[in-house]
Write a protein that binds this ligand. Structure first.
Ligand code: CUA
Length: 325
């Protein structure tokens, strides 16, 4: 830990992709520098004062040379831009088979929960070779989840969800930093990511007190906090049924269509009057201040589990309940 490293280790697929771009850009920059500065040095020696060089300066014109030095660098750098864009889009779209981890940041710690229910603070254990997707929010101010070895960094913002994903390629322990200044102890808001062999990870998941999965915890909240009282077939209140709802697009009273995603569910819980579903009334009480960020994430996980399992073909298939482990 106390050795000095010029570059962090590369421990994820993204790290390799980003490093390739970074080093190509660096090499290209050195090349361009050399093309500019080597002739400068050469000419300043050749045409130094009192040198006997020929200074007659004959006219020389070549369209090929002139257009060449405009077009070739342009193409190279546009190519680099295209390359960066492809990698960026790849990194912005979490793969669908990713293991889900919920992250709640607060001054000054990271609280993490695995789909199986296991919770951690300032530590994240993950299996090597698997895609890991984080859904993150903050309880107070803006933080940023930064793992240099994976080359991923994403702001964690109160009131909304942001995501980040990576696929670790080698086992080991890596630094986790908060990379947005978030108050007095910002510099101590650090932790570690432990990448383990899959079998070891499975064993680790089962250590400690037994936990219920995020989905089950969400289902329990759904009953205990009274959601099921209204959002059910035999409710005397007229509230939307939520089976098969998540992952679709839903019409609003205003005539707009809205995607039923984490953002929409979260807002519907905290600000129920904001987007009224078509055909319903604004009668739901707000749960702002009554549910923790973790609990909201659990409720969303539950709605997801009873939601539309094929968001691409919205409405085409009846919802099915995934098997609980
Ligand atoms: Cu949290 Cu800096």
């Amino acid at each position: 830990m106390n050795q000095f490293h010029l570059f962090p280790p590369d421990a994820s697929t993204a790290a390799q992709q980003i490093d390739r771009i970074f080093f190509s850009l660096t090499a290209l920059t050195f090349l361009v520098c050399a093309i500019v500065f080597l002739p400068i040095i050469f000419f300043s020696v050749k045409y130094r004062r009192n040198s006997k060089a020929d200074r007659s300066n004959p006219r020389f014109e070549s369209l090929l040379v002139e257009s060449g030095w405009v077009v070739v660098p342009l193409l190279i750098f546009i190519g680099l831009f295209g390359w960066g864009t492809i990698v960026y889009f790849h990194l912005e779209r979490p793969p669908r088979d990713a293991l889900q981890v919920q992250v709640v940041a607060k001054q000054w710690m990271w609280k993490l929960q695995h789909a199986e229910g296991k919770q951690e603070i300032n530590e994240l254990h993950v299996p090597v070779g698997r895609n890991i997707a984080l859904t993150m929010t903050s309880q107070d101010v803006i933080h940023s989840f930064f793992v240099p070895a994976f080359r991923v960094k994403q702001d964690v913002v109160p009131g909304k969800y942001t995501g980040e994903w990576f696929k670790p390629t080698r086992t080991g322990e890596y630094h986790l930093f908060c990379s947005q200044y978030c108050g007095t102890d910002h510099s101590r808001m650090i932790g570690r990511v432990v990448v383990m062999e899959p079998a070891e990870y499975e064993r680790w998941l089962k250590t400690g007190e037994s936990t219920q999965s995020i989905t089950l915890a969400g289902e329990r909240l759904f009953r205990e906090r009274g959601c099921s009282g209204c959002h059910s077939v035999n409710s005397k209140f007229h509230a939307p049924l939520l089976e098969g709802f998540y992952g679709k697009s839903a019409p609003l009273e205003t005539g707009e269509l809205v995607a039923v995603n984490e953002r929409y569910v979260r807002d519907s819980i905290l600000l129920p009057g904001k987007e009224i579903a078509k055909g319903y009334q604004n009668i739901m009480p707000s749960y702002a201040g009554q549910l923790s960020e973790e609990e909201i994430m659990q409720l969303i996980a539950y709605l997801k589990s009873i939601g539309n399992q094929n968001p691409e073909e919205a409405g085409a298939t009846p919802p099915s309940r995934p098997a609980e482990k």
